[in-house]
Write a protein that binds this ligand. Sequence first.
Ligand SMILES: CC(C)(COP(=O)(O)OP(=O)(O)OC[C@H]1O[C@@H](n2cnc3c(N)ncnc32)[C@H](O)[C@@H]1OP(=O)(O)O)[C@@H](O)C(=O)NCCC(=O)NCCS
Length: 155
Amino acid sequence: MAAHSITAKHFDLEAIQSADVTSTYALFQQTHRNPWSLESFSETLSTSHCLVAKKEGLVKGFVLFSVMFEQAEVLYICVEESSRRSGLAALLMKEAIALMKADTVTSLLLEVAEDNDSARSFYQKMHFHVIDVRKNYYHHADGGKSNALVMQRDL
Ligand SMILES: CC(C)(COP(=O)(O)OP(=O)(O)OC[C@H]1O[C@@H](n2cnc3c(N)ncnc32)[C@H](O)[C@@H]1OP(=O)(O)O)[C@@H](O)C(=O)NCCC(=O)NCCS
């Protein structure tokens, strides 16, 4: 997938660079309920695509996705808490989708915890719909479990 950089809504969107990994992982840890280790995160970066949104050089959000022929999967998307509800995740998702379409992807999948209300609302707004439910799929650090919803949209 080609290198990409745009500026919109005062954010610079670009493919992650090695200098961004530490701050991107820090944001991942702040926003994910059960964050993977830095090693797993770095390994995932090496086999997938990551678009970061920066403001004044600081990473404020990112989307991580993988592409397998005509199908792509959103592995994670997040926005720093103080930058939420300003359309940044929507901007990241739209840019990721533009890159996927240019790569001839026709279907986009993701998994989300059933009790993650903000993410579910966001994905519904982004035209995803539920195609499957995986019971007790997520095991949380506090011992709790959540169902995973598998969501899909055509591109
Ligand atoms: C989900 C998340 C990425 C949304 O980021 P965001 O930048 O605030 O989202 P946007 O501002 O682009 O929202 C676009 C639309 O999604 C919906 N939405 C987003 N957050 C919402 C919330 N907390 N409650 C209800 N709807 C919400 C709204 O329809 C919103 O449009 P509106 O603001 O005009 O009403 C953000 O809350 C986040 O980082 N959460 C923690 C990480 C996470 O759970 N990621 C998903 C992993 S599966």
